[in-house]
Ligand binder design. Structure first.
Ligand code: GDP
Ligand code: GDP
Length: 455
């Protein structure tokens, strides 16, 4: 936590410039155990160390930054789910669906040692219906004597099978060369890189909190929930929605409308989609159903948005269902469960009746304004000097930890780097954050502070 956030040259790239550098988004799909994770780690190479897998928690990162011979691209890993034998086909279908909606090109991985299976053929059908350019990688071809195994897969009709060994690194260069060509010629439809000038908004919350209803209410039209997989894969992932006279890009509305019922791993997929939507957004609208108890899952979604450093607005929906007793219960919860986000704006509304939905736009604009905000270094240091003089850090071992200098390393969200002599206690950092918020606003955005110790 005490790392300096500044790059070596003192700059920090912002999200837009960063996205502009990337050539596209490549997804890796395939049935379980064919070697997708091994391939992803192989492609990420030494960066794989960045893949922070917490034991007991499903991988909830979706995209990784990768690089191949001078091309930066985004690698989408849709593995990580538990498959039971019964639900396996629908799970594979959901996986392909998620991958296709997020990517510009797809690598389908099959197992050369096992040979062609019915599941492989099903995935091929879906990928073909999606129209996304797809490469076929036949994995576990560990040495040249196994090359013949790949030939069998010509039958899938996906063009030349690339014989690879993710484990030993064979054939990976050729596969990546072809993938880069594929990305270069692919139509860029991936939501990760949607090149619009519009602010990107994610609408998140657990099932049934009212996401579709709110979307309908804002767009003033009835939308149909489309179930047919083959027919919907070409749907735009994102939608432009006018809120209070301004156009916003709502990311992954396809994911909101498309329900994954009774699918093995459905929870995993909805959390994968949620994470992807958060990653792609600038502003996250976190919905809660106030007619139900606030659950751990509700709070987890909110934390995902905060941890990702996005601007947020909290929406307490279904207000029309609350009686005065319910309102009291909710205010108590607000005091206890939401103390992590006391800086966020909360809008009580009813997606169903439209009550107070007109209050949303102001909250959205103000959260993004905070998220974008930059405090000039002079002003920042003058202010910190003043609060430090009034409230110095407590003495530690007879010494006085002092702030020497601070700078805002970046915005979106605001990140501050403080240079200090000695360790600044957690409590003192909280005090600084509170003071910065009181002085400069930052309503609706997380603020990140790191301390760099100069002895
Ligand atoms: P995933 O479920 O598709 O992500 O598959 P994993 O990457 O977890 O791999 C499944 C199993 O296949 C693991 O035991 C891997 O060690 C093994 N595996 C992956 N790649 C290769 C390979 O190139 N050759 C061989 N022989 N085994 C592999
Ligand atoms: P999603 O799964 O988050 O997209 O939730 P939906 O928009 O499908 O809503 C789930 C259910 O809650 C539906 O029956 C909606 O009609 C209902 N609902 C959504 N918003 C409200 C609201 O503000 N008030 C009431 N009374 N019902 C709502």
């Amino acid at each position: 936590e005490d790392r300096n956030l500044l790059e070596a040259d003192g700059s920090v790239m912002d999200g837009d410039r960063y996205a502009a550098k990337q050539v596209g988004v490549l997804a890796v799909v395939g049935r379980p155990n064919v070697g997708k994770s091994t391939l992803v780690n192989r492609i990420l190479g030494r960066r794989a160390a960045v893949v922070e897998d917490t034991p007991g928690v499903t991988r909830d990162r979706v995209g990784y930054d990768a690089e191949w011979s001078g091309h930066d691209f985004r690698l989408v890993d849709t593995g990580g789910w538990e498959s039971d034998v019964e639900g396996i086909e629908s799970a594979i279908a959901s996986q392909a669906q998620v991958a296709v909606s997020l990517a510009d090109a797809v690598v389908l991985v099959v197992d050369g040692q096992v040979g062609m299976t019915a599941s492989d053929e099903n995935i091929v059908r879906m990928l073909r219906a999606s129209g996304k350019p797809t490469l076929l990688a036949v994995n576990k071809v560990d040495d040249s004597t196994g090359e013949y195994m790949a030939a069998e897969f010509w039958k899938l009709g996906m063009g030349e099978p690339y014989a690879i060994s993710a484990m030993h690194g064979r054939g990976i260069g050729e596969l990546l060369d072809a993938s880069m060509d594929c990305l270069a010629s692919a139509k860029k439809t991936s939501g990760f890189l949607t090149p619009t000038g519009l602010r990107r908004v994610a609408l998140v919350g657990r099932p049934n909190v009212g996401k579709s209803s709110l979307l309908n209410q804002l767009a003033h039209e009835e939308r149909s929930v489309v179930n047919d997989l083959a027919g919907t894969t070409r749907d735009p992932v994102d939608e432009v929605v006018d809120v209070d006279g301004e156009d916003w890009l709502f990311v992954d509305t396809a994911g909101i409308k498309r329900r994954l019922h009774k699918v093995s791993g459905a929870d995993y997929y909805s959390s994968l989609r949620t994470q992807a939507a958060i990653e792609r957004s600038e502003l996250v609208l976190v919905l809660f159903d106030t007619s139900q108890p606030i659950s751990d899952q509700d709070l987890k979604v909110m934390s995902q948005a905060v941890d990702a450093g996005r601007a947020i607005v909290l929406i307490f929906n279904k207000w029309d269902l609350l009686d005065s007793f319910g309102r009291q219960r909710l205010e108590r919860l607000w005091e206890t469960e939401f103390d992590r986000v006391t800086w966020a704006q909360r809008v009580n509304l009813s997606a169903k009746t439209g009550w107070h939905t007109n209050r949303l736009a102001d909250a959205m604009r103000s959260a993004l304004e905070s998220w974008d905000q930059r405090i000039p270094t002079g002003k920042l240091n003058a202010f910190l000097g003043k609060i430090q003089a009034a409230h110095p850090h407590p003495l530690r071992g007879g010494k006085q930890p002092r702030i020497l200098f601070a700078t805002q390393a970046s915005n979106r969200p605001p990140r501050f780097v403080i240079f200090a002599t000695g360790f600044l206690e957690h409590g003192y950092r909280r005090f600084i954050e509170r003071s910065l918020r009181e002085e400069f606003g930052f309503e609706g955005t997380p603020v990140q502070i790191s301390v760099n110790i100069r002895e």
